[in-house]
Design a protein around this ligand. Sequence first.
Ligand code: S3P
Length: 428
Amino acid sequence: MKFHKANCLKGTVTVPGDKSISHRAVMFGALSEGKTEITNFLQGADCLSTICCFRQLGIEIENRNSTITIHGKGLDGLSSPSSTLDTGNSGTTTRLLSGILAGQSFTAVLTGDASIQKRPMKRIMEPLSMMGAHIESINGNGCAPLKISGASLKGIHYHSQVASAQVKSAILLAGLYAEGATSVTEPVLSRNHSEIMLRTFGASLLSNGTTATIHPRPRLAGQKIVVPGDISSAAYFIAAALLVPGSDVLIRNVGVNPTRSGILEVAKAMGGNISLLNENTDGEPTADLHVTYSPLHGTKIAGDIIPTLIDELPVIAVMAAAADGTTIIKDAAELKVKESNRIDVMVQNLSAMGCSIQGTEDGMIIEGKNPSLQPLTGAMIDAHGDHRIAMSFAVAALIAEGETDIIDSECVSISYPGFYSDLQHLSG
Ligand code: S3P
């Protein structure tokens, strides 16, 4: 798909529901007794993969006009699937579902697309095995396909090497089925949607700093869940509005949970003009974001903030490419094991646009090109099938001289099927 420089972005946009929260609402609804109703559910391919898997596990799920109804059957209500569970491109589905399957009384095989089959699963296989699960990487490479045979589990206290909400959640979900309490301590707090929502459904779960502890066999009850807008999707409009001169954009109803909202801090540190309006702090906090064009300068992004903006680093790198001065991103080695190797892919594509960028072991060093002196140039971009790369370069194209052609641009359907039309609506 081809993209060109924009004059300015103006208007209001409502981004679709949060991907992480949509996945969890389906999973926890399936494990609860009674009906769960989810509104503003993200109809992206990843969350639809989660729905498919739970239907294969015997749960009746209705999907009408972005409202999902789950007919939950309780903790012991899943049934043995008759075929391999297909998690598509979704790491969240693969890892969280593995935690749930570890505590069942049947065997299941799960796998996904080519990207999923390269992503590391030892990070969940190790703790789940310590709990007593039988979990095997069928090709012996520590990746999916995974064969999981339910077993009786025992609670552990796991000290995770990575700050990963997927790892933490997989262990806590297995902990629902274990004997005794299960705790996870992470090096830095990762997104805490599982903890918040499991408590809403009735789990006994305590959070203390970077440790979460769950007690087994709660009686989970169906809920009404309203999914806030996804800040990871809002990130592209935040960046676009900051970068394109004359822009003035209002992004409605965005989830601003502090474990997710690092991009707001970084954008402000780079000189970005963003204000939060209509803040609502019941449950998952939300706000409208008002963003206007701002000349940006380079910054350093490292340490505890990284997990709060891990999925936004590709578009933050685009912001850095058009900022005055150098931006250093450190402590983000996790970027290498996302839907693509996001360090390599950002280096390849930003270099193609004329940016001076160096990949490091755990991040990137980007020499910003002040766009009024030396703009980026349009180029052929390979998104490597990674939705966040495609959306980041659709933003870069708005400030580049000449044409940008994104190969694989349709992969945005993983998390934001209407992205291009929403972007076009704002840029006229
Ligand atoms: C997610 C957690 C993050 C994030 C992913 C969604 C989740 O991954 O990158 O897009 O829903 O739990 P890790 O937990 O592996 O860091």
